[in-house]
Design a protein around this ligand. Structure first.
Ligand SMILES: NC(=O)c1ccc[n+]([C@@H]2O[C@H](COP(=O)([O-])OP(=O)(O)OC[C@H]3O[C@@H](n4cnc5c(N)ncnc54)[C@H](OP(=O)(O)O)[C@@H]3O)[C@@H](O)[C@H]2O)c1
Length: 338
């Protein structure tokens, strides 16, 4: 990356959708950053960015030719990963919000991650810090267990079920409000939460964790009913989709499933994103916004500012963490949807 003097960091972007357009707006107040090229499908679509005719392109080569750094806010595991790989091979740093690509194609990012050239705070819990704490200060507090609420769409649907709305109606409402994707399987099937949990688990305990193993241990909320949710509420508790990393028989168990949370449980507050970390240094709870254009873009911007100031991205674990043998682990009651 060559940057003479104090010239702005030239940003090449993949995607100007929900996150990308919020990021373009936030960057307008940051003279140290300049959006030079952005890849989209349709350059004619109206968008709130300055000089769209000069910035927008459908040619990834143009983005790579002009950028000091690639920002990937496009999504998917094919074109986004191909262009990212080219940027990394060319020595560029990459900032990405793409949790699916990180979870499923970690191998593409790993060599550059070891060099601190990959920044991905926004990929998990959007604007709420999770990557930096888990890959940083919390490594000193050897992990005993981690539990997290990682998908805001599921939390919203579960809240609706609590109010007696049927699953089908709750999902339709989430789609109408723009919370859920048109194809909601990633959200309600638990796979979006599983992508995020895979990233956290690799950073916290098992660097070689296979996505397929987490996928097999993932159960969504699509078979829940108001009745099952009300069972939990009778005791003052709630049902939440929770991703957990726990030690079990000498290995780390990584799973996503709906669970009953007792009244007063730290994850039962209904936040759209929450992470509960228990380590030898005690219990840490991090909560905040888990999705949304500005929320996610703010974390991407934070990564860009870190990069511009010379701070490296989070580094992967060099070796697996040995699971504790006799830790008292919280067993969360799984919801029986069979
Ligand atoms: N939205 C959130 O709350 C959130 C939170 C955390 C992480 N993320 C992650 O951030 C990324 C972006 O999410 P988003 O919600 O901003 O997505 P989005 O609104 O669907 O925007 C996607 C953008 O990528 C462009 N694009 C998609 N496929 C393309 C292709 N084949 N060729 C060229 N351009 C293409 C689209 O172009 P057009 O505009 O021309 O269609 C659009 O500008 C995803 O990885 C997502 O998982 C999102």
């Amino acid at each position: 990356m060559t940057r003479p003097g104090d010239s702005p960091l030239r940003i090449g972007m993949l995607g100007v959708g929900t996150v990308g357009s919020a990021l373009a707006t936030l960057m307008q107040d940051r003279p140290e950053l300049r959006l030079v090229k952005a890849l989209v499908r349709d350059v004619a679509k109206p968008r709130k960015i300055a000089h769209p005719e000069a910035v927008l392109t459908t040619d990834p080569d143009e983005v790579l030719a002009e950028a000091d750094v690639l920002v990937e806010v496009m999504g998917g595991t094919s074109l986004a990963v191909d262009v990212t790989r080219r940027a990394l091979d060319a020595g560029l740093p990459v900032v990405t919000a793409n949790k699916a690509a990180l979870a499923e194609r970690w191998d593409v990012y790993l060599p550059a991650m070891r060099e601190g050239r990959v920044y991905f705070e926004s990929s998990v819990m959007a604007g709420t810090p999770s990557i930096e704490p888990v890959a940083g200060i919390l490594r000193g507090s050897s992990p005993l267990e981690l539990h997290a609420v990682l998908n805001g769409t599921c939390s919203y649907i579960l809240q609706q079920l609590e109010g007696g709305t049927s699953y089908a109606h709750a999902l339709a409402e989430a789609q109408r409000l723009g919370y859920a994707e048109a194809d909601p399987t990633l959200d309600v099937g638990g796979f979006d939460a599983a992508h995020k949990l895979t990233i956290l688990a690799r950073l916290a305990v098992t660097p070689d964790l296979a996505w397929e193993d987490v996928k097999r241990a993932t159960h969504g909320i699509d078979r829940l009913t108001p009745g099952l949710v009300h069972e939990a509420m009778e005791d003052g508790g709630r049902v939440q989709l929770v991703g957990s990393i726990t030690p079990r028989e000498g290995a780390w168990h990584v799973t996503v499933r709906p669970v009953y949370l007792p009244a007063g449980h730290p994850l039962a507050a209904g936040e759209s994103a929450a992470l509960l970390y228990r380590g030898v240094g005690g219990e840490v709870l991090i909560t905040g916004p888990g999705a949304g254009g500005v929320e996610t873009a703010s974390a991407v911007l934070g990564d860009l500012l870190a990069l511009a100031s010379g701070r490296p991205g989070p580094t992967p674990l060099s070796r697996p963490v040995v699971p504790p043998a006799n830790a008292a682990i919280e067993e969360l009651g799984e919801v029986d949807v069979a």
